[in-house]
Design a binder for this molecule. Structure first.
Ligand code: SAM
Length: 425
């Protein structure tokens, strides 16, 4: 089947002749369509995403162009779900690609600046803003934060080429910077352009050195920042798995180069001291407090996960849990509570339950079985201490033990942004 855009056959001359001449000329002039021997072919592909129509380069071409602008991929979705979606004046999308993050930000920011080193990315972002009727996105060419030097933003989103790669073959993948410098520089740059009270959300990869914990390296990036941070770790891959994944297209297109390339990547990782590469996201909040938290993502971020991010940072500002019994806790809906039962000594024993929000930043909450007595009695009206009293009366459990467990479980749920905590005035 033929179609003008997409991966199917191009339009034949006869089919192209059936289109209005003016339309064809306009499309050719715009660069979205090119004349080829024997017909007409679209140069891009269109996808629908989050209510937008998004033009981007074809995802599986025979030969990937070095300035190829990727479409919507899992990191695009993760970043979009993590972003705090509150009304702001100025937003920055650094490394905008086809403009996916800029389009979403344009719905809740007065103005959005989208930057990229790749002119083709900015061309597509301008087209995408226009076809979606958005007039508040400005595209600026340049590297990282250079094009916005001296400017300030209330929101920063960045899905830069974070791959730890020895090559400079693809603009969307290779930053040309050594090791994981692109991720470190993204963190430092984002912190430097944030207005007080602003949030930055960055997709990152970082090197894992032998015997290091996954959080060790990124935590060193935060020490001199005037921001609080939340490191959301997803997973890690050995250098070889990582090299194979990022060079997968070679296996199909130029198989003779594949093995050498993988070996060269593994040798590069070896030289820079990386045994594996970790991936995840970093959120910065410009509150001047410098509190730093690390968590594992249990599920992929989805929906309005930014709401969990906001609750987590607001809880981080409170360092004392002792008065939590005076706070009123509301469960965030919708969510699921997943209870695991372990079989031991010929009976089932309740293990910690996991509370997972539908609108999630990916981090789940652990609920010890004892704290579930309070959780199930929350009504969003009475203080946590009174909820515990009620549970003691109804279950006969030890008051001190129930109160201590409940306070420590709910304090942690609060810090993970899993529950809504209303403190007494
Ligand atoms: C992985 S794509 C991300 C696209 C999009 N932001 C998203 O979320 O799907 C990375 C983008 O960063 C751009 N880029 C590469 N090096 C850059 C640099 N030094 N400064 C700014 N952007 C850069 C690439 O051209 C590409 O468009």
């Amino acid at each position: 089947m033929s179609s003008l855009f997409g991966t199917t056959e191009p339009l034949s001359i006869d089919q192209a002749d059936a289109l209005p001449r003016g339309l064809v000329d306009t499309l050719v002039d715009s660069g979205l369509v090119e004349r080829i021997d024997g017909g007409l072919r679209g140069t891009v592909q269109f996808s629908s995403w989050e209510g937008f129509v998004v033009a981007h380069d074809p995802s599986n071409p025979l030969e990937l162009r070095s300035d190829s602008v990727s479409g919507i991929n899992p990191t695009t979705r993760t970043l979009a779900a993590l972003t705090v979606r509150r009304p702001v004046q100025r937003a920055l999308d650094v490394g905008t690609g086809c403009g996916a993050q800029a389009l979403l930000a344009a719905l809740h920011a007065e103005e959005v600046v989208a930057t990229d080193v790749n002119p083709r990315a900015l061309w597509l972002t301008e087209i995408n803003a226009a076809i979606n009727g958005l007039t508040n996105i400005t595209c600026v060419e340049g590297s990282m934060f250079e094009p916005v030097a001296g400017e300030k933003f209330d929101l920063v989103v960045g899905n830069l080429p974070f791959v730890v790669s020895p090559d400079i073959d693809y603009t969307f993948r290779d930053s040309g910077l050594p090791g994981d410098d692109v991720s470190r520089l993204a963190v430092e740059g984002a912190a430097s352009v944030l207005n007080p009270g602003g949030y930055a959300h960055l997709m990152c990869n970082w090197m894992l050195e032998p015997d290091a914990h996954w959080s060790d390296r990124p935590l060193t990036w935060f020490t001199s920042l005037d921001c609080s941070s939340w490191l959301l770790y997803h997973s890690n891959e050995s250098s070889r798995d990582y090299a194979e994944k990022w060079n997968h297209a070679l296996l199909r297109n130029r198989p003779d180069e594949y093995l050498d390339t993988v070996e060269r990547w593994v040798a590069y990782h070896n030289d820079i001291g990386a045994v594996a590469v970790a991936n995840g996201a970093i959120v910065l909040y410009s509150d001047g407090l410098g509190s730093h938290r690390v968590d594992r993502m249990a599920v992929p971020p989805q929906g309005n996960g930014g709401s969990q991010v906001e609750r987590a940072f607001s809880a981080a500002a409170r360092t004392d849990d002792r008065d939590l019994n005076e706070a009123v806790i509301t469960l965030v809906s919708p969510h699921s509570l997943q209870q695991l039962l372990r079989h031991e000594d010929r009976r089932y024993v309740a293990a910690d339950a996991q509370l997972v929000l539908d609108d999630t930043a990916g981090v789940a909450g652990d609920v010890a079985p004892m704290a579930a007595h309070a959780l199930l009695r929350l009504d969003g009206q009475i203080a946590l201490g009174d909820v515990v009293e009620q549970a003691v009366e109804e279950t006969g459990l030890d008051r001190d033990e129930l109160l201590d467990t409940t306070i420590s479980v709910f304090a942690e749920l609060g810090r993970r942004g899993i529950i809504d905590v209303r403190w007494p005035d």
